[in-house]
Design a protein around this ligand. Structure first.
Ligand SMILES: *Cc1c(COP(=O)(O)O)cnc(C)c1O
Length: 372
């Protein structure tokens, strides 16, 4: 199915044959005792080292150690995994693989993550919008777009909305597009609600692709490391489009460490702490008279609606606290998004907002008293 959907020119295309990629078919180890004169690298052992791997050599196309570590983590065979420079690169690769520029479309369900549309625009793919209704999918509207799109992007848990999509809706979407489109489920925040992953549906739906990242719950946004999970057929197609050395050696080293047992346990603790702080912040927001709505969240952020959007945003900015204004997104009029920082940072945020309103109130009181 995927081969029929992909740009035809990719089917027979041979990806860039780097020395490293060719070597990986045989003995891929960069440290094996050979004389490496085939890739214009500097000779010698290299100056900078991380866990003994030298970075004067090009890295493996997809380092075995890293793929095996993620395979163990997500419980899939390595053939179903592609490591990318963040989830963002996975998104871009999917569009470049399945959409013919100036002809094919992607479908998004706004309000949603911005990179789907940005990558589509960059590539020249059209964008069909089927807005969420009450933060869940509009299946009737989706069914009317069957045949019009190559890719459907679902974000679950959603950014910036925060909520999971109902699993039965995701499955219904996979059924709807089973013959005509790839359905991408963006699970960037799935570690905050690990039981809700749709990874188990991969074997049932060959048109399902999942994108993941180490940027959020793993606290490694600076590392630029993400994963695309899909059928081996789709992984093979994406491997033709991705850069020849997408995983820098130091990135692989650190990512492997982040996927070891002690680091995974640490990640779970971080998630638990996050979820407690998030519940506290959401509870506090919902008690404030200036807050009209707090969105349910299964992530590391809270979205809320307030008539005092600019006042709050500016008061925080003046105090050096930056949050995200989401009010330009459809349906998110007057909405702000707060990422769950440390307990201390969130305490400070609450103080600044409380003090700003108190100062405003006393100023207003003064004005009224001088007027009367
Ligand atoms: C942060 C985020 C990404 C991008 O993750 P990177 O791995 O840092 O590129 C993708 N999708 C969603 C929904 C995100 O919030």
């Amino acid at each position: 199915m995927a081969a029929n959907l992909a740009r035809e020119e990719l089917i027979d295309m041979v990806p860039y044959q780097s020395a490293r990629r060719l070597q990986a078919a045989g003995d891929g180890s960069a440290t094996s005792p050979k004389i490496w004169l085939n890739a214009n690298e500097a000779p010698g052992p290299g100056i900078y080292q991380l866990t003994g791997e030298c970075i004067n050599r090009y890295p493996d196309f997809q380092p075995d150690k890293l793929l095996n570590a993620y395979a163990d983590y997500c419980n899939l065979p390595v053939e179903n995994i592609l490591c990318t420079r963040g989830a963002d690169e996975g998104i871009e690769l999917l569009i470049r693989t399945f959409c013919k520029a100036y002809r094919d479309n992607i479908l998004i369900c706004p309000p949603t993550y911005g990179m789907y549309a940005i990558s589509a625009e960059n590539h020249g793919a059209g964008i069909i919008q089927v807005p969420l209704v009450d933060n869940i999918l509009d299946l009737d509207a989706l069914s009317r777009e069957v045949g019009n799109t190559r890719l459907v992007f679902l974000c679950s848990p959603g950014n910036p909305t925060g909520n999971l999509l109902p699993p039965e809706q995701i499955e219904a979407t996979l059924e709807l597009f089973s013959q005509s489109a790839i359905v991408v489920v963006d699970e960037a925040y799935i570690e905050f609600c690990p039981d809700s992953s749709v990874v188990n549906l991969l074997s049932k739906y060959p048109n399902l692709v999942i994108v993941r990242t180490l940027s959020k719950a793993f606290a490694l946004a600076g590392l630029r490391c993400g994963f695309t999970l899909a059928s081996s057929e789709i992984i093979t197609l994406l491997s033709k489009v991705i850069a020849p050395y997408p995983v820098p050696g130091p990135v692989a080293d650190i990512a492997v460490k982040a996927l070891e047992k002690p680091a995974l346990a640490q990640m779970s603790v971080r998630v638990q702490e996050n979820n407690i702080l998030r519940a506290e912040l959401a509870g506090w927001l919902s008690e404030q008279s200036w807050c009209q709505r707090v969105f349910a969240s299964d992530t590391n952020f809270v979205l809320f609606q307030t008539g005092d959007k600019n006042f709050i945003f500016n008061a925080l900015t003046d105090a050096g606290i930056l949050i995200r204004d989401q009010s330009k997104q459809p349906q998110l009029n007057n909405c702000l998004r707060i990422s769950i920082g440390s307990a201390r940072e969130l305490k400070l945020l609450k103080q600044v907002i409380t003090q700003a309103f108190a100062a405003q109130k006393s100023q207003q009181a003064q004005q009224t008293s001088t007027e009367t």
